[in-house]
Design a protein around this ligand. Structure first.
Ligand code: MRU
Length: 370
């Protein structure tokens, strides 16, 4: 997608073909910098420190991480250790395990001297498929947005179509297009008048920092709100639909997404606002049914709650990016990074294969023959 008139993706091979560049998302929105990853340790660190984040992008980075490992040592033991190291970086998004398994299964039958090249090819395929799946999600979601916009009462049709999103499920969370934001980008290109309420998404502020950044670069009107404002806006008829992403979707349609998503789903349900979840096939965990008991929820450092990062506005340090403490000395913090929204609160799942009920039947009707 666009940054200052140039089309970007979030990840790619460096010209040498042996290392990988990524956008350093910890620096956004104040600095746009890329980083080069040339070892598995750098790839693992980039995932765990959230230089790259978002379920699909974590998966693609993991796949390239295996390639980096195999360039150094392509033996079975090294492959298994690299798989485990990368898989442990972030536990919730299932795309990581899915992508690592794909690369491992592709290279395992090969002689060691062919493995790194095969991993490079497979990681590239995963990246290209992610772009295609996200674009397809955008097309299916566009149809829904167009239908909802047309069904609005005449009095509301003079206003922009109002969407609310939580966290960042845009192109920065994938290779390109995004999941929840792909329908919004397609709707903009189709000429729909829309506006997006962007939840800031404490504690890492992916909404305020990343979603606002990418929507702004694409010229999409948006307003950042505190996480607690969504329910109030829904009660006042200011939200036509909610669209979020998911890090793991169970076979029966429960969705695990950024902490706070569940509260938005409850508020949407209470106010009759449609609540859509957008996802590629790589985010479905067919081995799990009950999201509430079976999905591992990542607990991140309490430091992310206690402190906040931003650009200094005044004084001698003005313009620099700094971290400041919010809480009194001695207060503890607790930082669960994801929550589970039960399928019953999800209006529908927008997938790369079409729109499905959030249920086993719904998902199987799209993916059942695989
Ligand atoms: O902790 P993050 O920033 O990796 O969390 C990202 C999200 O929760 C996204 O909504 C999710 O990965 C879906 S992304 C397309």
């Amino acid at each position: 997608m666009n940054i200052d008139g140039r089309a970007w993706r979030t990840i790619g091979l460096e010209p040498d073909g042996r290392s990988v560049w990524v956008i350093d998302q910890t620096q956004l929105p104040h600095r746009f910098v890329t980083r080069s990853l040339s070892t598995i340790h750098q790839a693992a660190e980039a995932i765990s420190s959230m230089v790259v984040r978002g379920a699909p992008l974590i998966g693609v980075t993991g796949a390239y991480g295996l390639m980096l490992a195999l360039q150094d040592d392509a033996g079975d033991e090294a492959l298994s250790a690299a798989f485990d190291q990368l898989n442990a970086t972030r536990p919730t998004a299932v795309n990581l395990r899915w992508a690592l398994e794909r690369v491992r299964d592709r290279v395992l039958p090969l002689p060691s001297e062919q493995r790194a090249e095969a991993a490079r090819e497979e990681a590239g395929l995963i990246a290209e498929e992610d772009v295609a799946m996200c674009s397809a999600i955008g097309d299916h979601g566009l149809t829904i947005i167009q239908q909802l916009a047309a069904a609005r009462p005449a009095a509301r049709r003079s206003k922009p179509f109002q969407l609310l999103t939580h966290c960042n499920a845009g192109w920065l969370a994938t290779v390109d297009w995004g999941t929840a934001l792909a329908p919004i980008y397609k709707a903009k290109r189709a000429g729909l008048d829309l506006h997006v309420w962007v939840d800031e998404t404490r504690p890492r502020n992916q909404g305020a920092s990343l979603t606002a950044y990418e929507l702004g670069r694409e010229g999409i009107p948006h307003t950042v709100i505190v996480d607690n404002a969504g329910g109030h806006l829904m009660q006042n008829g200011e939200v036509d639909a909610v669209i979020v992403g998911t890090d793991r979707t169970t076979s029966r349609g429960d969705v695990c997404n950024k902490i706070g998503t569940y509260l938005k789903a409850l508020a949407a349900h209470d106010n009759g606002v449609p609540f859509y979840v957008a996802l590629p096939a790589s985010t479905i965990d067919w081995s799990l049914s009950d999201g509430l008991v079976e999905i591992p929820i990542e607990a991140r450092s309490a430091q992310e709650v206690i402190a906040i990062q931003g650009r200094v506005l005044d004084g001698p340090a003005a313009g620099s990016v700094a971290e400041v403490q919010l809480t009194p000395e001695g207060s503890n913090g607790f930082n669960p990074a994801f929550d589970v929204t039960p399928a019953r609160l999800v209006t529908a799942l927008i997938t790369d294969r079409g729109v499905a009920d959030a249920s086993e039947e719904g998902l199987k009707s799209l993916y059942g023959l695989d």
